[in-house]
Design a protein around this ligand. Structure first.
Ligand SMILES: Nc1ncnc2c1ncn2[C@@H]1O[C@H](COP(=O)(O)OP(=O)(O)OP(=O)(O)O)[C@@H](O)[C@H]1O
Length: 482
């Protein structure tokens, strides 16, 4: 009951009751925050962050997934937990439905009422800087961890970090747009959240909106379907700073590219700051519209690269300090820190993944962090060998095991002789590497992450049913682990 009151009080303080959704936005933020703590940042970003919340005609809470696969996966793995947390936080004990975008329940009542404030609440999760002093950043999208203070700077990212701070401190946009680019997990999202958060703490607080490109796209598509893009335009253009992550996601989607081009052009014309991030520099983005490429290339492009040893060590120390807030008993000896920073050369995300694994097998069980625990964690994540296991290695081993070629595995063919190896290879890629689902999908002939989820679920079900595929997986795992 205390929690219910707290949730309602927080929702009111944050001004969410005025959104016409009975405070569900505030409760949803708390639910997402708890889920992130429980499932870890990687899984959270891949599967949970893309859910949005709405209310149905009957007053039920409707959690909307972007695809049916995503809905099914969330329902199977987190449905019960989401409902349990929700009922704990929601004083009115509303029913919670999980649906996909195609469902009629996915069309929010609040959006149909066409009130701008209500519509904002029905849009995909966004980060709006608050002008109230001391307002907490939205923990559900990670800003509380992703600040300038917790962003470690070294040769790999010093230009990007300096640009980010300069832009936040400037009275008018010194460069527009600012474009961060770099490989997976090098800190682009962290830096953007840090900026969004910092904009609210300057002497001249500004309203910032952080969106992933996928959220921009789905918000725009939903608005188009409803034949009403005005509210969408008002939302994304009515801020002082717009930050859009993973812009490559929009490349090739003509209407959305066009909308993005017009949005950026309109904001720049009004002297508002635009910040973008992508895996590739703007000149290499596969966008169809040359005007968009030209606009993106005309700003400031800042690379973020893989951290060197010193920066990896700094990042590790910082992550350990953050983890100690949750696990005060955590004590990671200097030798273990040196070892991890030297060994995990792939990037900050992998470093964090190993640390989380180490915490699970030590601090959570009340055990000390030893080199043995670290070695086990590395072995589990297949990061112990000098050369890290790649998706390519997995495809080659699986292809040879089943007598097909890696090209067959990545092809569009759907014959059983190819589908089974493809599913097994995707399953092993998910369980033996730290690659994200979208990344794995891309490496399997440009497939969507939901295809990978489907494959992983399928193989998991076969394993649970005692199917002989289990023997194949055992042999392949042993072979790949060397
Ligand atoms: N310089 C840094 N200092 C502290 N933490 C960092 C740094 N760089 C990356 N990290 C951490 O690494 C993890 C991955 O970073 P982030 O999500 O920002 O990467 P990204 O470049 O956006 O990746 P992707 O392109 O896959 O989305 C986060 O936990 C982030 O805090």
């Amino acid at each position: 009951m205390a929690l219910n009151k707290l949730a309602v009080a927080e929702a009111k303080t944050a001004g969410f009751e005025v959104d016409g959704t009975g405070g569900i936005s505030a409760i949803w933020r708390q639910v997402r925050s708890r889920l992130r703590d429980e499932c870890g940042q990687a899984l959270y970003s891949q599967e949970i962050a893309r859910l949005r919340v709405s209310v149905s005609e009957s007053g039920a809470v409707v959690i909307v997934a972007p695809s049916q696969f995503n809905r099914d996966w969330v329902e199977d793995h987190w449905g019960a937990r989401i409902r349990a947390i929700w009922s704990e936080l929601d004083a009115t004990h509303r029913a919670v439905h999980l649906v996909d975008e195609g469902s009629s329940e996915a069309q929010p009542v609040v959006a149909r009422r066409a009130e701008p404030a209500a519509r904002l609440a029905a849009e995909p999760p966004v980060k709006e800087a608050q002008t109230t002093s001391g307002s907490a950043a939205d923990p559900a999208i990670g800003e509380t961890r992703f600040t300038f203070d917790s962003f470690r700077v070294g040769p790999a990212n010093e230009v990007a970090a300096a640009a980010a701070r300069t832009v936040v401190g400037a009275q008018t946009p010194p460069f527009n747009p600012v474009f961060f680019y770099g490989d997976y997990g090098v800190g682009k999202t962290h830096l953007m959240h840090a900026m969004a958060s910092a904009f609210e703490h300057t002497s001249r607080p500004r309203k910032a909106l952080y969106l992933t490109a996928e959220e921009f796209l789905s918000g725009f598509v939903t608005a188009m379907r409803a034949r009403d893009t005005i509210a969408f335009k008002e939302t994304v253009r009515g801020v002082d700073v717009l930050l859009i992550d993973d812009v490559h996601f929009i490349a090739g989607k003509l209407k959305t590219e066009d909308e993005l081009l017009n949005t950026i052009a309109a904001l720049i014309a009004e002297n508002k700051q635009v910040v973008l991030a992508s895996h590739r520099p703007p000149a290499e983005l596969q966008v169809s519209d040359d005007r968009l490429r030209s606009l993106l290339t005309g700003g400031l492009s800042c690379p973020l690269g893989k951290p060197d040893l010193d920066l990896r060590r700094q990042i590790l120390d910082c992550k350990i300090a953050q983890a100690k807030c949750h696990y005060p008993v955590l004590d990671v000896p200097e030798a273990v820190r040196d070892f991890l920073a030297a060994r995990i050369t792939t990037g900050p995300r992998e470093l964090e993944g190993v640390l989380n694994n180490v915490i699970c097998r030590t601090a959570l069980l009340g055990l000390p962090v030893t080199m043995e625990a670290v070695s086990t964690a590395l072995r589990e994540l297949s990061l112990n060998s000098e050369r890290r296991l790649t998706v390519d290695d997995i495809q080659k081993a699986v292809a040879s095991h089943y007598g097909v070629t890696p090209a067959d595995i990545c092809s569009k063919r759907r014959t059983q002789s190819v589908v089974r190896p493809r599913h097994v290879a995707m399953y092993l890629a998910k369980t033996m590497t730290t690659r994200s689902l979208p990344d794995i999908g891309r490496r399997f002939g440009g497939r969507d992450h939901s295809t990978v989820i489907h494959a992983v679920n399928k193989v998991t079900a076969l394993l649970e049913a005692g199917d002989p595929v289990g023997d194949d997986i055992d042999r392949l795992t042993r072979e790949l682990q060397g």
